[in-house]
Design a protein around this ligand. Structure first.
Ligand SMILES: [Fe+2]
Ligand SMILES: [Fe+2]
Length: 194
């Protein structure tokens, strides 16, 4: 399914006294879906690793799932703060079947690259609409994507170098991928950051 197909199922009518949506806000609502989808996909990756008795990889992806949920809820908070109607979407298909552990890391890298491209599209829309607040709001997400792509790219490299020795991958994840330190710059998350 097209990444932005969710937008087409959304009501386009003005909701009560809320602001009508610009293109940027249409994309923001779509991105709430994309971030929740990323969260569900990372939950599935965590469960796959957990089931294979790889606890460090499981823990890493469970934490990533929570991060993506926080991203979604930060977008929700911004829409509420700027007086826009926001809906909580279902998420698309989640992949659960894999033939090797490395495939999961490759999927995670692919997913982060897609999200980076989503965030760039959003930033471009804000800029072309002279939505200065929206453009500034997207800066944190741009910075975050640099980190996320770098992390997943490292993980793919580690899988390649470990050459099938998953205990080496576990050791690396335990030592070097311990999740994000607290980020004081992160935009406010609706209901509080988990
Ligand atoms: Fe995200
Ligand atoms: Fe991410």
């Amino acid at each position: 399914m097209d990444r932005w197909a969710y937008i087409e199922c959304m009501p386009t009518t003005k909701q009560d006294s809320k602001q009508p949506r610009s293109k940027f806000y249409e994309l923001l609502q779509g991105q709430v879906h994309n971030e929740f989808h990323a969260s569900q996909q990372y939950t599935a990756l965590g469960v796959w690793f957990d089931n294979e008795d790889l606890p460090e990889l499981a823990k890493f992806f469970y934490a990533q799932a929570i991060e993506e949920r926080n991203h979604a809820m930060a977008l929700v908070q911004y829409m509420m703060d700027t007086d826009h109607h926001v809906t909580i979407p279902g998420t698309g298909e989640v992949r659960n079947e894999f033939s090797s552990a490395k495939e999961l890391a490759e999927l995670a890298l692919e997913q982060e690259k897609e999200v980076t491209s989503d965030i760039k599209t959003l930033t471009k829309a804000a800029r072309s609409e002279d939505d200065f607040l929206g453009e500034q709001f997207m800066q944190w997400f741009l910075k975050e994507q640099v980190e996320e792509v770098a992390t997943m790219s490292t993980l793919v490299n580690v899988f390649e170098r470990a050459d099938g020795n998953l205990f080496e991958v576990e050791r690396f994840v335990h030592k070097h991928l311990r999740g994000d330190a607290d980020d004081d710059d992160m935009p406010e998350v609706a209901g509080g950051k988990l």
